[in-house]
Unconditional design. Structure first.
Length: 398
């Protein structure tokens, strides 16, 4: 039986497939994996997962082994002999009640302990971040520092960060797979989640996601977390508190100057830069040169951008429906992590955000563009040169 060629072939295939799977798992780094936690919270969850996996595997192997043993040992050996029939075994029944009960204790005790640990109040010295879920983007506020940003946060390593979670519309869920667990944003209810990243965590960018289905662009509701050393965090906060470093008469900050405040664009890992392709049929002449000054005038012009967006330091731009754009030029992505933040994508975003992101609240602004939500062409609207000017302005808001 064991020696049959078919079984041997099957066994060889099984071993090869397992090896391929194991090697495949080692082949590259997975940026959105929960198996390499970088915080106390992440490790607590990882410990539970490992224990459950270990105990579950042991139970599986034991049960399958006993099952195979019984099937082969007590099988009917010939047609005219009935195998011995048994019924009831008190020792066995006591054993299969006590052993699972003991295993459950080893699961329940650490689980309950972890629940209390992860639901506890944050330490008093934690960095406070208020999170507001919107369809479909994230608003972040640092109330202690009077900083408001969108879809991108900086957190200091080795220090507790306490997130206060609220939603402006439907349910969302806040998740940074490599850094912590996830927690829901619930209407008319405030949730909290807090964790401390390891002080050895490298200065880099992590992906964050909405993990509660929340409508058409649920999958396009992402954010970025930048972990930095405490002194870099302090300078980032200082930079965020200042109005956007833009002045028509002064040159924009050089990348080297900017690197003192924000994470250098060149160092952003590839997995954190969105690769979403531009939807078919949405064209723009990338050769157009935008003018920052004209762009600012258009931005604050009645009914254009300032009705929804705030730019700190620009009196006429104080809208609160959309993301705060004070330092939008230095962010990694636009559209809540959907597109890379560069002139190429920003121009098409302004031209027709509703084509770029299904269900987007941001109006279709390009002249003659078809608005998929109203089902009609935009009356009036901005021509490509005007869009290029606004793009130049936004890109200058570092
Ligand atoms: Cu927000 Cu899904």
């Amino acid at each position: 039986m064991i020696g049959s060629p078919r079984l041997r072939r099957l066994a060889t295939f099984g071993v090869a497939a397992t090896l391929a799977l194991v090697l495949g798992a080692c082949a590259r780094e997975y940026p959105n994996s929960t198996f390499t936690p970088h915080s106390d919270y992440g490790r607590a969850i990882d410990f539970l997962w490992n224990r459950l996996l270990f105990l579950g595997t042991m139970v599986f192997i034991f049960v399958e082994a006993v099952l195979l043993f019984v099937v082969f040992k007590y099988r009917r050996r010939s047609d005219d002999i009935v195998p011995p029939q048994t019924h009831g075994n008190t020792t066995l029944e006591i054993a299969w009640t006590l052993i699972p009960a003991a295993i459950l204790v080893f699961i329940a005790v650490p689980t309950v302990r972890t629940i209390f640990q992860t639901q506890a109040k944050a330490p008093a010295n934690a960095v406070q971040i208020e999170v507001y879920g919107h369809q479909w983007w994230w608003e972040f506020r640092y109330p202690e520092y009077n900083v408001v940003t969108a879809n991108e946060i900086y957190i200091p390593t080795g220090r507790a960060v306490n997130f206060t979670l609220r939603t402006k519309d439907v349910l969302h869920s806040f998740w940074m797979p490599e850094l912590s667990g996830k927690r829901d944003l619930i209407s008319n209810h405030t949730n909290y989640i807090w964790f401390t990243t390891d002080s050895t965590t490298k200065t880099t960018v992590w992906n964050g996601f909405c993990t509660e289905y929340c409508g058409a662009s649920h999958a396009n509701m992402r954010f970025r977390v930048v972990t930095v050393k405490p002194d870099q965090f302090a300078s980032w906060i200082q930079h965020q508190q200042a109005p956007a470093a833009f002045n028509t008469s002064a040159p924009a900050a050089t990348p080297a100057q900017l690197a003192n405040y924000v994470y250098p664009r060149a160092d952003v890992p590839a997995y954190a830069v969105p690769q979403t392709p531009i939807p078919n049929g949405l064209t723009f002449d990338d050769r157009l040169q935008g003018d920052v000054g004209r762009g600012e005038k258009l931005f604050v012009g009645a009914g254009t951008c300032n009705g929804c967006h705030t730019v700190n330091g620009v009196a006429l731009a104080a809208g609160i429906i959309g993301p705060n754009l004070t330092h939008v030029g230095s962010r990694i992505a636009i559209g809540a992590g959907l597109y890379a933040n560069d002139s190429h994508h920003l121009a098409r975003w302004i031209k027709n955000a509703r084509v770029m992101k299904p269900g987007s609240l941001m109006s279709t602004l390009g002249k003659g563009q078809f608005d998929p939500q109203t089902g009609a062409k935009v009356p009036g609207g901005l021509d490509d040169q005007q869009i290029a000017d606004i793009v130049a302005y936004l890109q200058a808001l570092k």
